[in-house]
Ligand binder design. Structure first.
Ligand code: GUN
Ligand code: ZN
Length: 648
């Protein structure tokens, strides 16, 4: 069974593997458009594969079909020989040509059969291209006709099938179209967006990607038709776009337009060696103006393609690092339209939250939109719930500290009464107990470098004269742990965990919480993200305290022996999961009778668990036979200011 496999993720964005008859496509990937007539292909297909490392490509089956000569050759030799490309080849159906030039003579069935005959690895349904400005009636007809054709195509083709998602600017139609595509398609191809891309209408693109998103099957790759400019790769990847295609590298070259990750500039303006891609090392951009037109076009196409390939590599790296929002914000600062598009994305934060990881290694401020990332929205929403009475200390008087004053251990009481201390942070007031928790605990923002805020003031967290200094630390630690557990598992579980009297071990260097020990054993290891991760001992306690299904993933019987001996939990063997878990959460892996097998770190979001049949659902952190959990020493706290900070 050929299926998409998710390897790593950052929200909706994922690194994946999509197997095809001519090899596996590692996503996110750019499929450069190859001209169906190899003689007119600006960069030889073989060079694209071998020199640019682009292993998969796309071409137009319709243009092939329309030319009697090419059609005959494609049918005789097969597509791969015709194009001299032996990697995965996707074919488009001609819908865009039909839209642009008015008519196609090929019928939808004819064009599917043709793609089959010439050996396309991924054939595309002949969809109806619905303009973003189309009326609701026109858009609806387009979606219905596309659906009809998709279902017929599925009956005719057993190979991989790309099903376009249309619907113009109507969110309900985009959703419906995505649902139908997910029923029959192996690859879900969002179409009808070329005018939006060409006119930099990124907010509309964001809206329709978000509208389709909940209906797009998570276990299929998502393609964005016509997206081939490096400025939009990080942005589109945020919405879970896995595949891009475009002939832009050549189209732009034809009009002397230089693609850069930050935007487009005219070739004539480039006088300095601003790029050192493989093409520019050969012939710098600044020297191209003096070259014969054909050579200039070819060389600029090479530069443009290299710019696309490199930006996509950055996107993949950012997904691994958990920094895709940061990359997208940096790119958005390159063009106001893109900035506005990202703003539309953060307005849709509620769609992103279910696939948001619990934490990321860092939180680096990149733009005024940083404070609106889904991770922040989720953090603040939970904090608002605490304020509304769901947290442990809502009944206490609240005192907000200025950032410079966050030193030492605050007193838990004043004049015998408990106090809720909060710190002024870039995210607003945050209880001191949560100050090490992601995202506020990993926050690296401009405030750190503001001399006013860095000023270290005398410790104003005055002692309560009624409080014994020795018990002050103990009291505070108790409260700190109680808050952390309440944050992770709810107030009643926190109260029961409090009975364990865990000993907090702090880093001598940074003062940050590192471990929670008892009886010479570590029960929780506190990550860099400020979250306590249970060891085997801690997990057993959590398992006892938390009622099922809380914090649990149920493992299918076949996989139980593997999971309990520390082998990875694969996607097909996770039968259900607590919806409160997120990708990256530590989960209690249990059998169907709720026996604890291991602690795992989830890779999939709970709603995705039943959808994937390949790949890892959770890696094992600890289990009965290997109870230890090793976590690196946390790095210095970036917040509050005044503490150690990283260099530039
Ligand atoms: N190429 C660019 N846009 C589209 C589209 O909407 N559908 C198809 N099939 N190809 C496209
Ligand atoms: Zn270059």
């Amino acid at each position: 069974m050929r299926e998409f496999e998710l390897l790593e993720r950052d929200g909706f964005a994922r690194l994946g593997r999509f197997p095809t008859p001519h090899g596996t496509i590692e996503t996110p990937a750019l499929l450069p458009v190859l001209h169906p007539d190899a003689r007119r292909q600006v960069i030889p297909a073989r060079e694209i594969r071998d020199r640019f490392g682009l292993r998969a490509a796309i071409t137009s089956s319709y243009i092939l079909w329309r030319s009697p000569e090419l059609r005959a050759r494609a049918e005789a030799e097969g597509l791969h020989r015709l194009l001299d490309f032996d990697g995965p080849l996707m074919t488009d159906s001609g819908a865009f040509q039909q839209h642009a030039y008015g008519s196609v003579e090929a019928g939808p069935e004819e064009i599917i059969d043709f793609q089959d005959r010439i050996g396309s690895d991924i054939a595309t349904v002949l969809d109806i291209f619905v303009e973003p400005g189309a009326s609701p009636e026109v858009a609806q007809r387009g979606v219905e006709e596309t659906a009809l054709r998709a279902r017929k195509a599925r009956e005719r083709r057993s190979g991989l099938l790309a099903v376009p998602v249309q619907g113009g600017s109507f969110p309900e139609l985009r959703y419906r179209s995505a649902e139908i595509a997910s029923e029959v398609g192996d690859l879900l191809a969002v179409g009808g967006v070329v005018p939006l891309l060409e006119q930099y209408r990124f907010p509309e693109l964001a809206q329709l990607l978000l509208a389709a998103r909940p209906a797009l099957a998570p276990n299929r790759p998502v393609h964005l038709f016509g997206a081939g400019h490096p400025v939009c790769f990080a942005f589109a990847a945020l919405f879970g776009v896995d595949l891009f295609d475009s002939s832009s590298y050549h189209k732009f070259a034809r009009r002397d337009a230089v693609m850069l990750p930050e935007g487009t500039v005219p070739l004539a303006s480039v006088r300095e060696p601003i790029c050192d891609c493989l093409a520019c090392q050969e012939l710098p951009l600044a020297t191209l103006a003096g070259r014969p037109p054909e050579e200039r076009e070819r060389q600029l196409a090479r530069h443009n393609l290299a710019a696309c390939a490199t930006e996509l590599a950055r996107v993949r790296q950012a997904i691994r690092d958990g920094t895709l929002w940061e990359l997208a914000e940096r790119r958005a600062s390159g063009h106001p339209a893109l900035y506005q598009g990202l703003k539309a994305a953060v307005r849709g934060a509620r769609w992103f939250v279910p696939v948001e990881p619990d934490s990321r290694p860092t939180f680096r401020w990149c733009s005024p939109l940083s404070g609106l990332r889904p991770s922040v929205i989720r953090f603040l929403a939970r904090l608002a719930l605490w304020r509304a009475g769901k947290g442990p200390f809502h009944q206490y008087p609240r005192i907000t500290l200025t950032p410079g004053s966050l030193r030492g251990v605050p007193c838990a009481t004043r004049e015998g009464a408990p106090i809720w201390w909060e710190a002024a942070t870039p995210l607003g007031p945050v209880p001191l107990e949560l100050l090490e928790v992601y995202p506020v605990g990993c926050w690296v923002g401009p405030e750190l470098y503001d001399p006013e805020l860095r000023r270290v003031e005398p410790d104003p967290v005055e002692e309560d004269p009624g409080e014994d200094p020795d018990s002050r630390v103990a009291l505070w630690t108790l409260r700190h742990l109680n808050a952390l557990f309440a944050w992770g598992y709810g107030a009643s579980a926190a109260a029961r965990l409090g009975e364990l009297k865990l000993v907090a071990v702090r880093s001598a260097r940074t003062g940050r919480l590192r471990r929670l020990d008892r009886d010479g054993q570590t029960w929780f290891v506190v990550g860099n993200d400020g979250i306590p991760y249970p060891t085997w001992a801690g997990a057993n306690e959590l398992h006892r305290i938390l009622p099922a299904p809380q914090a649990r993933v149920v493992v299918a019987p076949d996989a139980v022996p593997f999971v309990e001996s520390g082998r990875t939990l694969f996607a097909g063997y996770a039968t259900s999961a607590d919806r409160g878990l997120s990708p990256g959460s530590a989960a209690l892996l249990v059998d169907q009778a709720d026996r604890l097998l291991a602690v795992g770190r989830l890779r999939l979001a709970p709603p995705e668990l039943g959808r994937f049949r390949r790949g890892v659902a959770a890696e094992i952190l600890s289990h009965a036979r290997a109870p230890r959990l090793v976590v690196e020493e946390p790095s210095p706290p970036p917040w509050p200011p005044g503490a150690e900070t990283e260099g530039p």
